[in-house]
Design a protein around this ligand. Structure first.
Ligand code: ZN
Ligand code: ZN
Length: 296
């Protein structure tokens, strides 16, 4: 705990002057996020996405049958809404495990349910087909399992989760001209391959779980939803309009996920928390983002 606070402050003071980064580096799960945090990552992702035309967003982390996480879909939907408001075409490509939660959050936001399921069969073939059809200029993953060095998908606790999650990371591995963005909080998500393996190891991420799937713009945050909101805060500032949601809406998003059957990724309980952090704290983070960066 002490080490974590010291690391967090050190990063904030040394490099992350941006107030949004200061919020993203908060580490409620005490996972040592500060040790693999990417200062400027959210801003870089926002700058890249600001030039997008057609965006494919994926999300969803299932820990077992019927155990889809509350972290991911809210971030994906808030980011998708921001991009759609900026005039971009947004499509969500997910698997069946995440469908109820993503549908529920899009409904809370009054957003179109532009969702498709990743096709069955060989993942590489499916990925090529989806990318060719959607001609996506940008790909975004928010809290989505990324394969590790041995090809397996693992939870932060080291459990194999490949049986419950389709290999959607193939979208980020087949050759394409799309710019890629990944948001994660544990080291095992799509995008973490952008961090050198020994740097992740030094940060305390077990090599067995570390994802080797890289992205052009990696956003690390204490909770992945926050990372997506951080991108939205920067998008709003760059566009000169507020694109973030409110703290009250954040509460409704989390509650909708739970009602749709999602569970907290850490406690595995069906309750209105994300990564073991109570709803009020998530609402507070969103309000802080609005106060510090989103509305300027
Ligand atoms: Zn995670
Ligand atoms: Zn998480």
């Amino acid at each position: 705990m002490l080490l974590s606070i010291r690391d967090t402050v050190a990063v904030a003071v040394r490099r992350a002057i941006d107030p949004i980064d200061q919020l993203l580096v908060l580490d409620p799960g005490r996972r040592g996020v500060a040790r693999f945090f990417r200062p400027g990552g959210a801003l870089g992702a926002a700058r890249a996405l600001g030039r997008a035309r057609r965006v494919l967003i994926t999300t969803g982390f299932a820990l077992g049958p019927g155990l889809s996480e509350t972290d991911g879909p809210p971030g994906a939907a808030v980011l998708g809404r921001a991009l759609r408001r900026l005039g971009m075409r947004v499509r969500y490509v997910i698997d069946a495990a995440t469908l109820p939660a993503l549908r529920a959050v899009l409904e809370v936001l009054g957003e179109p349910r532009a969702i498709e399921l990743f096709p069955d069969g060989d993942a590489g073939v499916a990925a090529r087909r989806v990318l060719a059809r959607l001609s996506s200029t940008h790909l975004v993953a928010v809290e989505r399992p990324g394969r590790s060095r041995d090809g397996a998908y693992r939870s932060a606790g080291g459990h194999a989760v490949g049986a419950w999650n389709r290999p959607l990371d193939a979208l980020f591995l087949v050759p394409s001209r799309a710019t890629t963005v990944g948001v994660g909080d544990g080291g095992n998500e799509i995008g973490m391959g952008a961090i050198p393996r020994n740097a992740l190891k030094a940060a305390g991420v077990p090599p067995r779980i570390a994802s080797v799937v890289p992205v052009d713009h990696l956003v690390v945050a204490g909770v992945s939803n926050w990372g997506a909101y951080g991108i939205v805060a920067h998008l709003g500032r760059l566009a000169g309009r507020n694109l973030l949601h409110s703290g009250a809406e954040e509460g409704r998003l989390i509650e909708a996920c739970v009602k749709a059957g999602a569970v907290d990724g850490i406690t595995r309980r069906r309750e209105a928390t994300v990564d073991g952090v109570p709803l009020a704290a998530h609402a507070g983070i969103v309000e802080l983002m609005n106060a510090l960066g989103g509305r300027r």
